[in-house]
Design a protein around this ligand. Structure first.
Ligand code: SF4
Length: 267
């Protein structure tokens, strides 16, 4: 599969938001996400949740805004989740931080050597990711964890921009869950990949390869570490570790180019 050098059909941003191709640094993308108010329903929801708060967090100052990616700024591994949790990332301001899904994911990242700590509880907890960055298909907490199709398409502008900027160093994109899988495939198609039709089906442990102008990138699918999946045993710790260890092994096997092990965090 080959990605075109020039993307063709990127998402049209709302008025006042720069197009993905005009965002030249990851800091631009992160800042753009933080200030984004393009989806009225999600803006209303994230702010209402932040106002009302859950009893257990009544003393917390909720983030209540869109949550940018977190981790290495030149990653070899990009992990794409669904969206911030209402009382997790929407509270703490860091993806997969402060809820059960995040506990599960960060414990696994730590076990396979991609995180400095086995937990992620807040933006000042000292957590660092190694060679890895987390992002999301949708950057605002959605009601019932269900963004609409149009919200996912709107937020695709940020995924397009992030992928454009990170493509050169990426070895693997780990996609958590079917919703994010569709979002990543859509983004790659917008970025010019023509060989993802028909779309590859989502399935835990499945992987596909995309040849980008900068080299091969593996798409690796995993069930999302939601409580629904982990409580029922649909996704076990061993299964999560296997996926992330596979991602690390793929990254290890790629010849070193302009990769970086820098773990400077953003967000
Ligand atoms: S979901 Fe994405 S596009 Fe919509 S308001 Fe949030 S950051 Fe902006």
């Amino acid at each position: 599969m080959r990605i075109a050098a020039q993307p063709t059909t990127l998402v049209t941003p709302p008025t006042g938001v720069p197009a993905a191709r005009d965002l030249v640094t990851l800091a631009d993308v992160d800042a753009g996400i933080r200030g984004c108010r393009a989806c009225p329903r999600l803006v209303q929801w994230r702010e209402a949740v932040a106002q009302q708060r859950r009893a257990a967090y009544r003393d917390d100052q909720y983030w209540g805004a869109a949550v940018p990616g977190f981790g290495c700024t030149a990653p070899e591994i990009l992990i794409v989740g669904l969206a911030p949790g209402a009382h997790g990332a929407n509270r703490t301001g860091r993806l997969f931080t402060g809820d059960r899904s995040g506990d599960w994911l960060f414990a696994s990242l730590f076990r396979v050597g991609l995180a400095s700590l086995p937990y992620s509880v807040g933006r000042d907890d000292g957590q660092h990711l190694y060679r890895t960055r987390l992002t999301a298909a949708v950057h605002c907490a959605p009601p019932a964890n269900r963004p609409t199709t149009s919200e996912a398409r709107q937020c695709g502008q940020w995924l397009d921009a992030e992928l454009l900027l990170l493509a050169a160093g990426l070895s693997v994109i780990v996609v958590l869950g079917g919703f994010a899988w569709q979002a990543v495939i859509s983004s790659l198609i917008r970025l010019g990949v023509t060989s993802l039709r028909p779309r590859p089906a989502f399935g835990h442990g499945r992987h596909h390869h995309v040849t980008m102008a900068t080299g091969r990138v593996a798409l690796l699918a995993s069930y999302h570490p939601s409580q629904q999946n982990t409580f029922t045993g649909r996704l076990t710790a061993h299964m999560m570790d296997e996926v992330l260890a596979t991602a690390a092994a793929i990254a290890d096997a790629r010849p070193r180019g302009n990769h970086s092990d820098v773990t400077r965090v953003s967000g």
